[in-house]
Design a protein around this ligand. Structure first.
Ligand code: HSE
Length: 294
């Protein structure tokens, strides 16, 4: 096979207290086509600034080829991305996953998904977006002896995830630079307890439990000043009885609910309380991870 298209789901990392550990795949996608050629690199479908050899899809394609001792002669890459860039919905992870899977599929699927996760995690630094992008559904990951270990958790199928995506972006580097290097024992305990409860609430479909469990002391409080009207939007979502969190490093905010009326209420009220332009996109959990579509 000389040409393949890989579809990768968007992902939301952290889910409140599960900082750098929890992640969930969502029903928004980036498709990347790889076609091997005799020489050169051609990347289309993205801004000019991302068409060089540091493009993440190309970088992970090359990393996987290298690990299989295959030579990259030339490749054409076309990116068709519905996942918005730098918004906390796993756009970078999607490119890394697509490149890794593309190279593997074109060369006989020599590596397992775990093998591809190992390689991409070494490039990205934390597996919370990569793991759900590869496996789908709700995942928790840890890094043990330098290698990522991931488990999937059961998830109630009825959750609606309302992604509020602003018209500004936020770099993950900036959003990590505001975090303290040390934390108190009380805050560590708070997040461990809340994290365990989040997983159970998501499994049971227990919205009341999720609303109180989905709170965090490791990152959201430090990051909220980077996001216009974070506190107003959190208050609005909580008034509606839904759960609220920052998606990944932001700036996208999530309202998670099983109440079908919340979407309409949020659509009506959100523009009246904020100064930025927020696009509300209704999503659901994607239970299938990255896959070949062509
Ligand atoms: N867990 C990461 C963070 C997600 O919150 O910084 C972004 O890659």
């Amino acid at each position: 096979m000389k040409r393949v298209t890989i579809r990768v789901p968007a992902t939301t990392a952290n889910l409140g207290p599960g900082f750098d550990a929890f992640g969930c795949a969502l029903s928004l996608y980036t498709d990347v086509t790889f076609e091997e050629t005799d020489s050169g690199l051609e990347i289309t479908g993205c801004d000019e600034e991302f068409t060089g050899p540091d493009n993440l899809a190309y970088a992970s394609f090359c990393a996987v080829m290298d690990s299989m001792s295959e030579q990259v002669k030339g490749v054409k890459i076309h990116i068709d991305a519905s996942i918005p860039v730098c918004r906390g919905l796993g756009s970078s992870a999607a490119l890394l996953v697509a490149g890794a899977m593309g190279a593997n599929v074109l060369h006989g699927n020599k590596l397992s998904i775990q093998g591809l996760l190992n390689i991409t995690n070494a490039m990205e630094g934390h597996p919370d977006n990569l793991a759900p992008a590869f496996y789908g559904g709700l995942t928790a990951s840890m890094v043990d002896n330098g290698l990522p270990v991931t488990v999937n958790f059961p998830l109630h199928p009825d959750w609606e995830i309302l992604a509020m995506i602003p018209d500004f972006n936020l770099s993950t580097t900036l959003a990590r630079s505001v975090l303290p290097n040390e934390l108190s024992r009380a805050d560590a305990i708070y997040n461990i307890a809340h994290g365990a409860m989040v997983l159970k609430a998501l499994e049971l479909g227990d919205e009341k439990l999720l609303r109180s469990a989905m709170q965090d002391r490791l990152h959201q409080g430090y990051r909220k000043h980077l996001i216009t009207d974070f506190e107003k939007i959190e208050a609005l979502v909580r008034t509606m009885g839904a759960a609220f969190c920052l998606s990944g490093a932001g700036p996208t905010l999530l309202c998670i609910t099983r109440n079908k009326n919340v979407r309409e209420q949020l659509e009506a009220k959100l523009p009246t309380i904020t100064q930025a332009d927020w696009e509300l996109i209704p999503l659901h959990v994607e239970f299938q991870g990255a896959r070949v579509i062509e």
